[in-house]
Ligand binder design. Structure first.
Ligand SMILES: [Mg+2]
Length: 335
């Protein structure tokens, strides 16, 4: 995919609308911050010249967002979209976050369709499969099932309890799988260097956001025996200077960067500063995964399994054997 500016020459303006959707999950999604049983997303549609582009975002309370606040933010730029707001102008019109993401992705989708470009560039991407917090034997069973389906990288959601027990249970249930951990800010600084050493000895390949974002400076005080990845601490390029020396990887999500445009810029500048990349997503439909697709090839870890948690998806991509396969919106496979 290529990225150009949606200046809409010859179209003049976009018809635009936004609305909320709720997608029930097939099973509860449990992380250190709490449990979810549905994915609440906000959708933006922009139409011009007989083409409709669609973008989706997931408002996230951790970042002060709700469905209502995101709908209000998007509504504030609908008049500008109707008078020809470009993607470049959008960067100034809204702050980085879910609302700008949905608008930017709708405009990007419109550009791609108008250019007749439905080719993803890559027929498939590898994706990790998330294991949510549960008793060690339940996480082990989930790992066994995933490994049996061909998944090769498992991401363990963990809180501060039974960390090594849960990792050991999953490790023994899926000895061939690569393991990464996401603590979602739940751990404390005390004992963290020793815990990192223990995780590295268990072969854990990466640790995501162990400490609250406000405690990042503590990560600079000990050598990292495994890469530590910034998620809640990394939203846009503006965060990069204070992440250097504290983190080794960046988890890039379009809902944090405020769309594909800033995500691509963050990936480029992050790599130039020596960070490895992870590509992540929120609980979302396949619409959001399609939008993030161009970032996949540059990421060491691709974590795009959000739609696999839904009871029902829209324009579904095919998830199979630790991979997500591109399909066009009529269901055909391509690349
Ligand atoms: Mg995370």
């Amino acid at each position: 995919m290529t990225e150009t500016d949606a200046s809409c020459d010859g179209c003049g303006s976009f018809e635009a609308r936004c609305y909320a959707e709720s997608w029930p999950l097939r099973t509860a999604f449990v992380i250190s911050r709490g449990s979810r049983t549905e994915a609440q997303v906000v959708v933006v549609e922009v139409s011009a010249g007989g083409v409709t582009g669609v973008g989706e975002c997931t408002p996230y309370p951790r970042y002060g967002e709700s469905v209502e606040s995101v709908l209000a933010e998007i509504s504030s730029v609908l008049p500008s979209l109707r008078s020809g707001l470009t993607r470049a102008q959008l960067q100034q019109a809204l702050p980085a976050g879910a609302a700008r993401n949905a608008v930017d992705c709708a405009l990007a989708d419109w550009e791609q369709q108008r250019a007749g470009n439905v080719d993803s560039g890559h027929a498939w991407l590898p994706t990790v499969q998330t294991l949510v917090i549960a008793a060690p034997d339940a996480m082990a069973e989930a790992a066994r099932v995933a490994a049996g389906r061909g998944v090769t990288v498992l991401k363990l959601k963990l809180d501060r309890h039974q960390v090594l027990e849960r990792v050991a249970a999953v490790r023994s249930a899926a000895p061939e799988c690569q393991l990464v951990i996401d603590a979602n800010e739940a751990w404390g600084a005390e004992g963290l260097p020793d815990l990192c050493d223990a995780l590295a000895r268990q072969g854990v390949a990466m640790l995501e956001q162990p400490l609250p974002a406000g405690d990042d400076e503590l990560l600079a005080t000990f050598p990292h025996p495994l890469p530590i990845c910034a998620d809640e601490s990394c939203h846009t390029r503006a965060d990069l200077p204070r992440l250097v020396g504290r983190y080794d990887m960046l988890n890039i999500k379009l809902d944090k960067t405020g769309g594909l445009r800033e995500a691509l810029a963050l990936a480029e500048e992050g790599k130039a500063r020596g960070f490895e990349l992870m590509l992540g997503c929120m609980l979302c439909t396949s619409r959001a995964i399609r939008a993030a697709w161009p970032l996949g090839p540059s990421a060491r870890f691709v974590d795009l399994d959000g739609p696999t948690w839904l009871a029902k998806d829209v324009d579904p991509l095919r998830f199979e054997g630790g991979r997500v396969y591109w399909t066009d919106k009529r269901g055909g496979e391509g690349g």
